[in-house]
Structures are given as structure tokens and as C-alpha cells.
Design a protein around this ligand. Structure first.
Ligand SMILES: C[S@@+](CC[C@H](N)C(=O)[O-])C[C@H]1O[C@@H](n2cnc3c(N)ncnc32)[C@H](O)[C@@H]1O
Length: 280
């Protein structure tokens, strides 16, 4: 079944609701009068509401060091608000050339053109790998299509989606607006699946940990000197931060640190330096 048709109907319904209680800025101008549900490529244009835009960017903890990309940027509300409120660089990718031109004029009117730019293009073709924050308001089918690329982004990249979830990827946070709408936040996890060797540590000779990863969640088996001493269940990776908590006999151990590619650098029980190497 073609999933886009029901989604377009859903957007028409959303548009009708938005017209009824329109809580969004109207960024239309004399050159391009906006009306709801303007044709995009894979989904129609319906704007995010301003209070939700702020809630989404707040939840993503946007700072000046970030680069925000809005995929399917419509009238430019998300990149413009990101630059205005957080002083952050922001990019919109939008297929409809009239919306791109309008967004550019909106950015100029807000005197934010040094921070904000818009690119006319297809989000399934354009490169957005520079982003540290990705915003979406696209629908479930398009989110699902984007998921492999999103999961491949730099660990720690935040992804925020207005209204729609991303298929099987459990959100790290549910964001609720005052009007009862929902958005979802995810942080791209580092890839940690495989066998980590940590070498010799106090009380833990020849420590290695076999990790099985499901997106930001993992479980692991802990080996000392070749013997399994512990299981870790329901572990969670926070971007590039990995924490391994386990016991040997009555002694508790915690290894916490950062994953950088195939390497781990951290501390055992907050004091002893730990280096680890991943072999798949
Ligand atoms: C629901 S609107 C969201 C607009 C904006 N992100 C916001 O939150 O207000 C979706 C936008 O995606 C655009 N779009 C649809 N398919 C696209 C594609 N393949 N590449 C780029 N933009 C696309 C549409 O033109 C529309 O402006």
C-alpha cells in the first residue's frame, strides 16, 4: 500500500486544525501568500507551532556550538527561531522553491541571514551530515526512511521530530506542548557492538566485555581472565558516553567514559584510567 496517501490526508486534517486555531507565526509575505497544505515533494507543508518549535529546541539543548538542520524546512520557522533564540547556525533543506525563497526573505527580515541559510533540494539526496541537531516534521513513513541515515550520524547528534515517531527507535524523551501536542527526542548513540578489551585493571585481570547493541540500548557479558563474571542488562548509551556497571563477588565496579570510534577512554570507579579497544 502507498503510505503517502493516508499521510497526506493526515496533513490535510492537521492543516484544517492549524487554520482553525493557528498558533504558528505566519511567515508569508506580499510576494508569496502562504496557505495551508501547499504541495511539497513527499509531504505537504503544514507549519510547526511556535511554542512547539521552542520546546523542541529547548529539549535538544541547543547551544551556539551546534548546527541545526531542519529537513523539509517549509517557511523556515525552525531554522529562523533556532538562530534568533540560541544564536546558532541553522540550515533548512526544502524542496518547494517558493518556500525556499520565502524563507530566505524571512531570514533577511529577521536580520539573521549570517546565521541561517536555506537550500533548495531533496532531503533524501542532500547532505546533512554536518548537523549536530536535526529537526523533522515529516510523517512516520518519511521518518522511517530517514532512520538509517540518522542513526549513522555523529554520536551525540540530537534528532527531534514534531508529532511523529521514528519507527522502531524508542525516543529518549517525549516533549509536550501546552496545547497537548507531542514531539520526540533521540540522541544518536555511538556504535558499541562487539568485544571490548580493557586489559589489566585492579581486581579485573584481562577484562573484556561483549556488547550486543539495539540502537541506544545494550546488554553485555563481562569476562575476567576468560571467565564470565557478570551480565549487564538494560544498559543505555548516551551519545558517545558509555557506562558499564557490574559486580565481581561483593565488589561493585563502574567503568564510565567516551567512545571514539573503536576506542574507549574513561575511568574505573572514578579514579583509575581505562582504555579499551573494540573488535567487531
Ligand atoms: C510538514 S512541513 C514542515 C515544515 C517545517 N519543518 C515546520 O516544522 O514548520 C514538511 C515540509 O517538507 C517539505 N518536503 C516534502 N518532501 C520533501 C523532500 N523530499 N525534500 C525536501 N523537502 C520536502 C514540504 O515542502 C514541506 O515544506
Amino acid at each position: 500500500m502507498n503510505l503517502l496517501k493516508p499521510l497526506k490526508l493526515l496533513f490535510l486534517l492537521a492543516a484544517a486544525l492549524a487554520i482553525g486555531g493557528c498558533a504558528s507565526h505566519n511567515y508569508g509575505d506580499e510576494q508569496y501568500r502562504l496557505r495551508m497544505a501547499i504541495a511539497g515533494k513527499d509531504i505537504l507543508w503544514v507549519p510547526s507551532k511556535l511554542d512547539m518549535v521552542h520546546k523542541m529546541l529547548d529539549a535538544a539543548q541547543v547551544t551556539r556550538q551546534d548546527i541545526v538542520y531542519d529537513l523539509g524546512s517549509g517557511d523556515g520557522i525552525i531554522p529562523i527561531e533556532a538562530a534568533r533564540k540560541y544564536g546558532v547556525r541553522a540550515v533548512g533543506i526544502e524542496y518547494n522553491p517558493d518556500l525556499v525563497a520565502l524563507s530566505q526573505r524571512n531570514a533577511q527580515r529577521a536580520q539573521l541571514e549570517s546565521l541561517v541559510s536555506f537550500k533548495r533540494g531533496d532531503i533524501f539526496v542532500e547532505d546533512f551530515s554536518q548537523a549536530t541537531v536535526v529537526t523533522l516534521y515529516l510523517g512516520e513513513a518519511l521518518n522511517a526512511k530517514l532512520m538509517p541515515r540518522l542513526l549513522n550520524m555523529r554520536p551525540g547528534t540530537r534528532v527531534v521530530s514534531n508529532i511523529f515517531r521514528i519507527e522502531s527507535w524508542t525516543p529518549d524523551q517525549i516533549i509536550r506542548s501546552d496545547s497537548g501536542d507531542q514531539a520526540f527526542l533521540w540522541t544518536v548513540p555511538a556504535r558499541v557492538e562487539g568485544r571490548w578489551s580493557f586489559g589489566e585493571l585492579p581486581g579485573l585481570p584481562k577484562l573484556s566485555v561483549q556488547i550486543r547493541q539495539k540502537k541506544q540500548f545494550f546488554d553485555a557479558q563481562v569476562f575476567v581472565d576468560g571467565a564470565r563474571i557478570a551480565l549487564i542488562e538494560d544498559g543505555k548509551i548516551a551519545g558517545s558516553r558509555l557506562s558499564l556497571d557490574f559486580s565481581r563477588g561483593n565488589t561493585r565496579y563502574q567503568i564510565q567514559g567516551e567512545v571514539q570510534g573503536q576506542q574507549f577512554v574513561g575511568l574505573l570507579n572514578g579514579t583509575v584510567r581505562v582504555n579499551g579497544t573494540l573488535s567487531p
